[in-house]
Design a protein around this ligand. Structure first.
Ligand SMILES: C=C(O[C@@H]1C=C(C(=O)O)C=C[C@H]1O)C(=O)O
Length: 190
């Protein structure tokens, strides 16, 4: 059986999300280790790079409308305002991963996420004792949110997403792994 959706990313206008297990046949074993892991990506990137070289670069944090597929993943109406956060996860100043997180605005009260700045959202999330992570999905379609840094999306090899639940908050985290990371770690192109 082939994976037709994943083999033609250049022709897809919208991300095509598949359960990670369904994307596995199109994915090399080293990439599977990264895409299917359910622990903190921040912690994994810190361990993969030279000590002290990991940094979250804040690209955008704002209130806005989610994309249709994001609203669907969160189970909210598409025209409901949401908290949007876009970052580049950098090692030694090179972006390895770009991420976009989306949360329904009305669920954010008292969580203090507005003050996160360039601290990792993942480090905060994984400290929450009641954290539950939903199923992971994968895509080979590049992200659409990096319009201010067009070079970044062109370098995307794999994307993944999942919804985190904590204290009444549902947070959709989408992470796109860039070819710069593959180059630095000697990973295959897919
Ligand atoms: C979900 C995690 O958080 C990471 C940190 C992010 C941020 O600071 O905005 C965004 C997405 C993740 O890649 C994680 O570390 O696993």
């Amino acid at each position: 059986m082939t994976a037709p959706v994943l083999s033609t990313p250049a022709f897809s206008l919208f991300p095509q999300w598949l359960p990670v297990a369904a994307a596995q046949p199109a994915m090399s074993a080293p990439w599977w280790q990264w895409i299917a892991s359910t622990d903190s990506l921040t912690a994994r990137l810190m361990a993969a790079g030279e000590p002290g070289t990991f940094r979250v670069r804040l690209l955008r944090q704002t209130i806005g409308l989610p994309q249709r597929d994001e609203a669907l993943a969160l189970g909210i109406a598409p025209r409901r305002y949401a908290w949007l956060r876009e970052v580049a996860l950098c090692v030694d100043e090179t972006p390895w991963v770009v991420a976009r997180s989306v949360a329904p605005l009305h669920q954010l009260q008292g969580k203090g996420l507005g003050k996160l700045g360039e601290r990792s959202l993942g480090s905060w999330l994984f400290q929450q004792p009641d954290l539950v992570r939903g199923p992971l999905e994968a895509t080979a379609t590049p992200p659409r949110f990096t319009h201010q840094q067009p070079g970044l999306s062109a370098n995307s090899l794999w994307g993944r997403r999942s919804v985190f639940e904590h204290g009444g908050l549902s947070l959709l985290v989408q992470e796109y792994f860039l070819s710069t990371m593959a180059d630095a770690l000697g990973l295959p192109s897919r």
